[in-house]
Design a binder for this molecule. Structure first.
Ligand SMILES: Cc1cc2nc3c(=O)[nH]c(=O)nc-3n(C[C@H](O)[C@H](O)[C@H](O)COP(=O)(O)O)c2cc1C
Length: 226
């Protein structure tokens, strides 16, 4: 798979087979991803890889916390999207619900779907990406996004699927309790990782993208655009 094929092939996987992912493979993926660029080569990313009992306890803790907030989304940071951005997120939900056969009125199925993110989509492993709080306000969060994408691309080499997800890290106190990540670190994002369940309907999704011509302006070119 060349780089173009890999970038095109990656998609969010929201249903996994139970097969464990060997630690050696996860290490190899992180070694590749850690080659990512970062502002001033600061390499602000810190990885915490969880599987087995520890991940199961985090899933359980997340579910309990989710029940306590009773379906509210307000505990999720950075989700104040409006306008076209809100619309794209609604379009995504509509497509997923269609594939999963979840109707608008079916509150039980919608709630069960919502839980899946907090359960890391039943993935056998998750990579939690943290950064030192001293880096807040710097380029660090951008750098964490770069490395997260690199993880997703590197994972393809091993037949692994991934889903970058903020739902998994929505209750950092749960993660801290089972991993010892201190308060001085912000647990920014999770990457669920495992072998894709080919029969899981939502995995069929190819999410839409705007046309490049609609999101790009060109200046100083002459003749045919490349
Ligand atoms: C920062 C970030 C947070 C995300 N959080 C979630 C999440 O909590 N739950 C989820 O199902 N998908 C999550 N996603 C996946 C996006 O929904 C997905 O990348 C987007 O819809 C594009 O689809 P694709 O990844 O299949 O190309 C997240 C992606 C990013 C980059």
């Amino acid at each position: 798979m060349n780089t173009t094929e890999a970038i095109r092939a990656r998609k969010s996987i929201r249903g996994y087979r139970k097969d464990p992912v060997p630690r050696k493979i996860l290490e190899d993926i992180l070694r590749v991803a850690a080659c990512s660029p970062s502002a001033l080569n600061t390499q602000p990313w810190e990885f915490t890889v969880v599987t087995g009992d520890v991940l199961d306890k985090i899933r359980q803790g997340n579910l309990e916390k989710l029940a306590a907030v009773a379906g509210s989304h307000s505990f999720l940071p950075r989700l104040g999207y409006q306008g076209i951005y809100k619309q794209r997120s609604v379009d995504l939900a509509v497509e997923i619900f269609k594939l999963m056969d979840i109707s608008r009125e079916d509150k039980a199925k919608r709630a069960a779907w919502m839980q899946r993110g907090f359960l890391f989509f039943d993935a056998p492993a998750a990579i939690l990406i943290s950064m030192d709080r001293a880096l807040e306000g710097t380029w660090a969060i951008f750098d964490l996004g770069v490395v997260a994408h690199a993880i997703c691309i590197a994972a393809l080499e091993y037949g692994l699927g991934t889903c970058i997800e903020d739902q998994g890290t929505a209750f950092p106190e749960v993660i801290r309790a089972y991993t010892g990540i201190p308060e001085s670190k912000e647990i920014v994002i999770a990457v669920a990782i495992g072998y894709p369940d080919e029969n899981f309907p939502a995995n069929e999704l190819r999410s839409k993208r705007e046309r490049v011509s609609d999101i790009t302006t060109w200046h100083g070119f002459s003749g045919e655009l490349c």
